[in-house]
Design a protein around this ligand. Structure first.
Ligand code: NAD
Ligand code: UGA
Length: 451
């Protein structure tokens, strides 16, 4: 039986390995992590992450060919294929601080693999890493190898949170990069055989290592760029009377452009877009390409502009002050169908409103009070409720920060009646029917739409 071990039981490691275990009953999959509480949660009835469909997949395989363990060294030493899916955040200090990827976790994982390996291994980069990371990892492994052969592959993950299971079941493509040597190509075929259990072969792309590593950064940069493009247009729409939904629909009808990922919003969030673009910017700078670096930097600048534009609009339309006014924040996760709040635009919006002394009441169906209060920006001025009606009671304004489906069907008449007047709605996701809300009596501001 082929044995897989995955280092890192996070948003990528957990769901990806669960799906591999489900689709490959002939393979044993063990997911390990340095954080004991995370592994305990994976072994419990309450998984550490909320992801539609994940519970069912885990229930079907856990204890059969899917295991979660803290015994990292044992499982690494027994594995044939080791996926490394540890976090690769932005460096906060030293060379490249604020831009470069922090590979501390990756490097310590590689050193541990070299220490405990007693047989040949295929080591798979699942984390998103700077291009050429495989070269560094190869050096660490081979210089500490005691004659063991390591093949490094790049197999970046393209799943999006909230749709991770569907994305893993039906990926647009699986990408595998390897060395162009006979051993490298053999390793590529071994990994390809794992995915071929359920992914059509023509959707499994094989490339050299550097193309695979760079394609991941490029894909995220292109996706984020589409959002910044439509968000830039939303500002112009507001200034001219055009409607951004109509503009993006008309633009997306061009088959060369396509309709997806053109929803104007308060800004993109999530743990990856900003981090990966900064990483790309840093790599461009290090390679003497400042013009290319500046081009991609602009995607983040527009995103920051969109968030501060939103805050300014809230404050200016509420008579230039929100001091001591209750503002209900509906949604705190960075997108719907996840409880993840990493880099959520809601944090920046709350920070901005708190700067103007607002009193904030937050409701999100999947984010706990604990998680919100852990953020250093929250103060006594923030309260967290488990009910949208409680959050909006006596509020002067509502900011919709996440496109949860349930926000479309709230009883807005009831909400209006319980609010201070005039009652404002600032829809940062364009989810509510603004005309209906205006009929009730609300003053509604939507992103990129006429008043
Ligand atoms: P995460 O923080 O949820 O999970 C990473 C896990 O790795 C943590 O639980 C941490 O404790 C563990 N870890 C760190 N060092 C370890 C070690 N030496 N041994 C064992 N475990 C270790 O992160 P994530 O969101 O799963 O992202 C992981 C990587 O995947 C990142 O590089 C990210 O850019 C990339 N990625 C993320 C997504 C996403 O949707 N979250 C999608 C595609 C790619
Ligand atoms: C994104 C990519 O979509 C994945 O392919 C990639 O694997 C992943 O990053 C990663 O590398 O981490 P994710 O961040 O989970 O996935 O979610 P997205 O659906 O991409 O949304 C990102 C942000 O953009 C969210 O805040 C979302 O609300 C926002 N968004 C998305 C918009 O504002 N408008 C859109 O049209 C689409």
């Amino acid at each position: 039986m082929v044995k897989i071990c995955c280092l890192g039981a996070g948003y990528v490691g957990g769901p990806t390995m669960a799906v591999i275990a489900l689709k490959c009953p002939d393979i044993q999959v063990v997911v390990v992590d340095i954080t004991k509480s995370r592994i305990d949660a994976w072994n419990s009835d309450t998984l550490p992450i909320y992801e539609p469909g994940l519970d069912e997949v885990v229930k079907q395989c856990r204890g059969k060919n899917l295991f979660f363990s803290n015994d990292i060294e044992k499982h690494v030493s027994e594995a044939d294929i080791i996926f490394v899916s540890v976090n690769t955040p932005t460096k906060t200090r030293g060379l490249g601080a604020g831009k470069a990827a922090d590979l501390t976790y990756w490097e310590s994982a590689a050193r541990m693999i070299a220490d405990v390996a007693k047989s040949d291994k295929i080591v798979v980069e699942k984390s998103t890493v700077p291009v050429k990371t495989a070269e560094a990892i190869e050096k660490i492994l081979t210089h500490n190898s005691n004659g063991i052969n390591f093949q490094i592959l790049s197999n970046p993950e393209f799943l999006a949170e909230g749709t991770a299971i569907q994305d893993l079941f039906n990926p647009d493509r699986v990408l595998i990069g390897g060395r162009e040597t006979p051993e490298g190509q053999k390793a590529v075929q071994t990994l390809k055989a794992v995915y071929a259990h359920w992914v059509p072969e023509d959707q499994i792309l094989t490339t050299n290592l550097w193309s695979a590593e760079l394609s991941k950064l490029a894909a995220n940069a292109f996706l984020a760029q589409r959002i910044s493009s439509v968000n830039a247009m939303s500002a112009l729409c507001e200034a001219t009377g055009a409607n951004v939904s109509e503009v993006s629909y008309a633009v997306g009808k061009d088959s060369r452009i396509g309709p997806k990922f053109l929803n104007a919003s308060v800004g993109f969030g999530g743990s990856c877009f900003q981090k990966d673009i900064l990483n790309l910017v840093y790599i461009c700078e290090c390679n003497g390409l400042p013009e290319v670096a500046n081009y991609w930097k602009q995607v983040i600048k527009i995103n920051d502009y969109q968030k501060s534009r939103f805050v300014n609009r809230v404050v200016s339309s509420m008579f230039n002050t929100v001091a001591n006014k209750k503002i209900a924040v509906l949604g705190f996760a960075f997108k719907k169908d996840t409880g993840d709040t990493r880099e959520t635009p809601a944090i920046d919006v709350c920070k901005g409103l708190l700067g103007d002394k607002a009193k904030i009441s937050i409701y999100d169906p999947q984010v706990t009070e604990d998680q919100i209060q852990r953020d250093p920006t929250t103060t006594k001025q923030v309260s967290v409720t488990w009910d949208a009606y409680e959050a909006t009671k006596d509020a002067h304004g509502i900011c919709i920060m996440t496109e949860w489906d349930e926000f479309k069907t709230l009883d807005y008449k009831k909400i209006y009646d319980s609010m201070q007047k005039p009652a404002f709605v600032f829809d940062g996701r364009n989810v509510v029917d603004s005309e209906k809300l205006r009929e009730i009596g609300f003053i509604v501001y939507s992103i990129g739409k006429p008043l």
